[in-house]
Design a protein around this ligand. Sequence first.
Ligand SMILES: [Zn+2]
Length: 196
Amino acid sequence: MSDANALEALIQALRRLPGVGVKSAQRMAFHLLQHDRPGAQTLSYALANAAQAIQHCERCHTFTEATVCATCLDERRDASKLCVVETPADQSALERTGAYKGLYFVLMGKLSPLDGVGPHDIGLKKLFDRALDGTVQEVILATNFTAEGEATAHVISEGLKARGLHLTRLARGVPVGSELEYVDLGTIAHALVDRR
Ligand SMILES: [Zn+2]
């Protein structure tokens, strides 16, 4: 591979990142090569290592280096409650409130028919199996208050409501259209306590 090809390959690789167009990719590549070679090595190692080591938790589907994540293994947690969130970032937002002591299921996405994301892509079958393990009594739908998040919550509640589980949704108060990740902790804590 010639030098020009190595540079072009780096730019193309950077363009895989969400929101990064060709100009930004060039800027990042030039920055790393011109000003931060150690940073380039660190980034390269971290990416290769993460891509190799990180998998999905067998029980909640979040990212972990173990077969089952530390949260799922924590016996002090209330296994009768299962909170469904879209992303690990949303899970972190709920955790930071300190108001929730149950377990989680992380969809790693949301239903989005226009983008071709269907029930299979967000592991709904796995969620239903998890929710019907006999221990879970309440499923808390904590998907985002966006159109897609609401649609996802609706499909999950349709799938589970005939199965004897108590289904709740985070209370309003979390602004319509918002993603949990960006909502302040007090608001999320209230939405959890007031869920219905
Ligand atoms: Zn887990």
